[in-house]
Structure formats: C-alpha cells, structure tokens
Design a protein around this ligand. Structure first.
Ligand code: NAG
Ligand code: NAG
Ligand code: NAG
Ligand code: NAG
Length: 230
C-alpha cells in the first residue's frame, strides 16, 4: 500500500505540478539581492559563496584588474595562457551569473581542446588572427572560422572547442560566460593526467579504458601520460 501511495504521489507530481514549474533558461540562478560579494574563506553553498557582511564591502569589491596583465605564454608548451576572471579571482561576481577571462596566444600557439560545463562562452578578438572551432555533441561535426580584431564568437554551453593563433603576431581575446564559475574540462588532461581520489590507489582511469578508447597500445598511453605530466 505504501509503494502505491508513493506511485500515486509521483503521478500527481508529474501530471499537475511539473507543467507549472518555471523552466530555467539561465545558467546560474538569479540573484536575490543587489550583490553578494563572496566571502571566499567560507565554504561554498548551493548558490555560490556566502556574502561578505555589507559593512565590509568597499568600492574595490566591484573592480578587478587581473585581466589587464598579459598572460605568460612562454611557460607552456601550448604557447597560450588563460587568465581567469571567475568568482575565485573576482569575488564581486558571486551569484551574478557571469564572468570573464583573458586569453593570450603567442605565434604558433593553441588552447587545449576543452569544455565549460556550466556556461556558454562569447568572446571578442582584440588583437591578432585566431582560428576558433567547436564540435557538436551529436555527430562530432566541426564548425570553425578565422577571426580578426573586433570579431566575436560564441561557444554553446558544454561543447568541446579549441583556439589557434593563425597570424604572425600575438592573439588577445576577452571571453564572457553566463556563470560566475564556468569550470573548464581540458579533455587531454582529464583523461591522461587525472589524479586518483582517496589513498587506496583504485580510483584511476584504467589503462585498458584509454587503450580501447584511443585504440592504441600501453606504450602510447604511457607516452601521452608522461608528456602531459611534464
Ligand atoms: C568584516 O570586518 C571585520 C572588522 O574589520 C572583521 O573582523 C571581519 O573578519 C570581516 N568579515 C569578513 C567576512 O570579511
Ligand atoms: C614566463 O614563464 C617563464 C617560465 O616559467 C619564466 O622564465 C619567465 O620569466 C616568465 N615571464 C614573465 C614575463 O613573467
Ligand atoms: C584559417 O586560416 C588558416 C591559415 O591561413 C588556414 O590554413 C585555414 O584553412 C583557415 N580555416 C578556416 C576555417 O577558414
Ligand atoms: C605500440 O604502438 C606504436 C604505434 O602504433 C608502435 O610503434 C609500437 O611498436 C607498439 N608497441 C608495442 C609494444 O606493441
């Protein structure tokens, strides 16, 4: 009888309540107050970080100059550098559902193919010539275009994408996201440079999985792992 009651409640929920629940089209939830400067010393909760007390808020909380500095593209084999302007760098963004990054790519540089699990990305090229491409989830179709200064691109939320400097000078791009913390999954590192959780050594991506997924032998898997750990 108890199971029946639960089933009936579920059916009532699906038929009557589901259609009146407002669908959410935004990435992060709407703010409930003017602002909520993140208190980064407290642990995050479901809608972001707790708010710093209003008496502690200053003008500086609404500004961030981290994106004014050129990223160091010489310390990476990719010859590119992303400077993050998300909530951890710019606490004033907390709960506001948006953030910005700066991307510098030196001549011959690329970005790791990556995704942002929590945000759509919209970027403007400020300097240089850049190829940007995205790959669909359904059939792995690539859409790409070479952009120059002033031109804008969009990467729908969660899709794998990449950038490449195709010009003779440095590329500078500013990107905006509809999340205060979009997250970045670098495909190669997530598969070949992951860290085990716990200390019992069992929580790893088995070589067998990587060998079958990429159809290569263990020597190749080990080589990629070793290259990515440098
Ligand atoms: C707010 O300011 C008071 C007084 O300076 C300080 O003791 C307190 O730690 C501050 N709180 C936060 C969350 O910054
Ligand atoms: C960039 O990083 C490299 C390697 O870590 C370092 O040698 C160089 O001094 C850095 N350049 C700047 C401008 O910070
Ligand atoms: C972008 O430019 C590069 C270099 O000029 C060229 O090789 C490539 O085919 C172009 N890609 C697209 C999508 O137009
Ligand atoms: C592994 O694959 C590489 C690339 O196909 C090949 O050169 C190499 O001989 C293979 N090694 C073994 C041990 O089978």
């Amino acid at each position: 009888m108890k199971a029946n009651n639960i089933q009936i409640q579920c059916i009532i929920f699906l038929i009557i309540l589901l259609p009146i629940i407002k669908p959410s089209h935004s990435s992060d939830p709407d703010p409930l107050q003017d602002f909520c400067i993140a208190d980064l010393k407290s642990p995050p909760s479901i809608n972001g970080y707790p708010c710093k007390p209003t008496v502690n808020v200053t003008s500086d909380d609404f500004f961030f100059d981290g994106l004014s500095k050129e990223g160091n593209t010489t310390n990476s084999p990719m010859k590119s550098f992303v400077t993050h302007g998300h909530v951890l760098a710019f606490p004033g963004l907390n709960t506001l559902g948006m953030s910005m990054n700066r991307l510098d790519i030196a001549v011959g540089g690329v970005t790791h193919p990556h995704t942002h699990p929590r945000a759509t990305e919209c970027g403007v090229v400020v300097k240089g010539k850049m190829l940007v491409g995205l790959i669909t989830s359904a059939n792995n179709v690539v859409y790409s275009k070479n952009l120059s200064a002033g031109q804008v691109f969009v990467i729908p939320r969660g899709l794998v994408h990449f950038q490449m400097n195709v010009g003779r000078g440095n590329v500078l791009v500013f990107t905006a996201f509809n999340s205060h913390f979009p997250g970045t999954v670098q495909i190669s590192k997530s598969l070949f440079a992951s860290k085990p959780s716990g200390n019992n050594g069992v929580n790893v991506v088995p070589d067998e999985v990587l060998m079958k997924a990429f159809q290569v032998n263990k020597t190749v898997v080990d080589e990629i792992k070793s290259n990515l750990s440098k």
